[in-house]
Design a binder for this molecule. Structure first.
Ligand code: SAH
Length: 213
């Protein structure tokens, strides 16, 4: 998701330090202090406008959430949601997932969510896919031992690719769902893209994959 460059986005992010973490490298290994408690920390990589994280944070007050999104022009919308809902257990940071090791200590994160990640369908762009081996390696480093990635997408090609990539990496595929919305699940918080694509009739795929020792 790449929206028009918004010069005001930066100022707005700067004005809300209770939600926006501007120098995440300063908190490496000390995120529990940022939240002021010992609760588990879950992150969403590529969180877009933050619908998922806001919903999850409301539903699970004893889990801390961090929305991670590369573009300030996008994540500024997530900030609006967090302000509106006045959520104590969410933070956001405008950074690229490639650099997550700079911001989190080994094992500091309890769970990773990927939702409707950019498919990058061309073979020559494989390395940009957020389920490419080098990204899995980043998540493994920052996750607790046997931590999990929960991934949803409407893109069949990216889903198939990700299942292969995760199993080749040695991850255990715990739950593979080929039609998430076929059964009602009140705990499923829809993302923006999920709402948009499922309204159009697209099937939503989901996998829970776990790193093994
Ligand atoms: N999760 C949201 C948005 C999906 S679009 C939803 O389901 O509605 C994918 C998002 O991932 C885009 O906003 C894009 O900017 C972000 N993104 C892609 N690559 C990224 C990376 N390497 N680091 C951080 N964010 C990334």
């Amino acid at each position: 998701m790449r929206l028009k460059y918004k010069p005001w986005a930066k100022d707005k992010l700067d004005a809300h330090p209770q939600f926006v973490v501007r120098n995440p490298e300063d908190h490496k290994g000390r995120w529990k202090e940022v939240f002021g408690n010992d609760n588990p920390i879950h992150i969403e990589v590529g969180s877009g406008k933050g619908r998922f994280i806001a919903g999850m944070a409301q539903m699970n007050p004893h889990i801390n959430y961090i929305a991670i999104e590369a573009y300030e022009s996008v994540i500024v919308y997530a900030l609006d949601r967090f302000i509106e809902a006045d959520l104590p257990n969410v933070k956001l940071m405008a950074v690229n997932a490639v650099d997550l090791r700079d911001y989190f200590e080994k094992g500091e994160i309890d769970q990773v969510y990927l939702n409707f990640s950019d498919p990058w369908p061309k073979n020559r762009h494989e390395k940009r896919r957020l389920t490419y081996a080098s990204f899995l390696n980043v998540y493994e480093d920052i996750l607790r031992p046997e931590g999990e990635i929960h991934f949803k997408t409407d893109n069949r090609g990216l889903f198939q690719y990700s299942l292969v990539s995760m199993s080749q990496y040695g991850m255990k595929l715990k739950d593979v769902n080929l039609h998430l919305h076929q059964t009602a699940d009140e705990t499923n918080i829809m993302t923006e893209y999920e709402e948009k694509f499922s309204k159009k009739g697209s099937r939503i795929y989901r996998v829970e994959a776990q790193f093994t020792k």
